[in-house]
Design a protein around this ligand. Structure first.
Ligand code: TIU
Length: 234
């Protein structure tokens, strides 16, 4: 039963229409949340989890400014704001050994790196990049997995707020962002990903993810440029 949600439809009068792929995305701000995925130092800066996996983090630096612009837009529109962080308890009790032990990273989850213990809640690396830090009253979800619904209170928070539509930004596009969009889509949420506000260590995966979200008539959801969102409903 925890997977159920109500489908009450859009109220009349306050809908905004965004030119999007594969067709227009229509949402009502009062029923929409911005979900900013994992804009953490461990993914965006050198010396963190992303780099320990062998990735070039410079690909994600360019996401910070557009993600901040998206966040500012959502704050101005009065959307519910949700920020997620992927990290684990200091005792690693919520980190499956399969996640910690897979592959041969230079530093494993829980090891001490230049920004503290890798992907551990409370350490500097697990914190938000300063430009994307939550403001008072915004919702923060700490998640142990790639998807933001797994092992978290996100669904109940969204249901309590009457949220039906989600606008996404954050990193990385094909890992935590796409996983969360798929989880949300299966739960009945209408999901829009903002192209400039998300990024991947792999440009080809970024492009492929945007394409696969909108393919087949929006099999996962919609994609749109930031300008299309900001210009809509002006
Ligand atoms: N490795 C990678 O691309 N991403 C992650 O591990 N987590 C998120 O995407 N947040």
């Amino acid at each position: 039963m925890s997977e159920k949600k109500s489908f009450s439809g859009l109220a009349t009068g306050a809908a905004i229409t965004v030119r999007a792929q594969p067709f227009d995305f229509v949402f009502e701000p009062a029923r929409t949340a911005l979900v900013m995925i994992d804009m953490q130092r461990d993914f965006v800066e050198r010396g963190g989890f992303g780099e320990s996996l062998g990735n070039d983090v410079s690909h994600l630096e360019r996401v910070v400014a557009p993600a901040r612009a998206l966040l500012d837009w959502a704050r101005g529109r009065g959307l519910t704001i949700v920020h997620t962080r992927e990290c684990h308890r200091p005792d690693l009790s919520d980190c499956p050994p399969a996640k910690r032990l897979r592959g041969s990273p230079s530093l494993r989850i829980g090891d001490v790196g230049p920004m503290g213990r890798i992907l551990i809640d409370g350490e500097p690396g697990a914190d938000f990049v300063p430009q994307l830090a939550p403001l008072a009253g915004e919702i923060e979800i700490v998640k142990p997995g790639k998807g933001a619904f797994y092992g978290t209170r996100l669904q109940s928070v969204l249901e309590a707020g009457g949220i039906t539509h989600l606008i996404f930004g954050g990193v990385t596009t094909e890992v935590c962002v796409q996983t969360t969009m798929r989880e949300a889509n299966d739960r009945g949420y209408e999901c829009l990903l903002i192209e400039e506000a998300t990024g991947s260590y792999f440009p080809e995966f970024y492009r492929a993810t945007l394409a696969m979200i909108a393919a087949q008539g929006g099999i996962v959801g919609w994609t749109a440029g930031l300008a299309a969102l900001v210009d809509a409903g002006r």
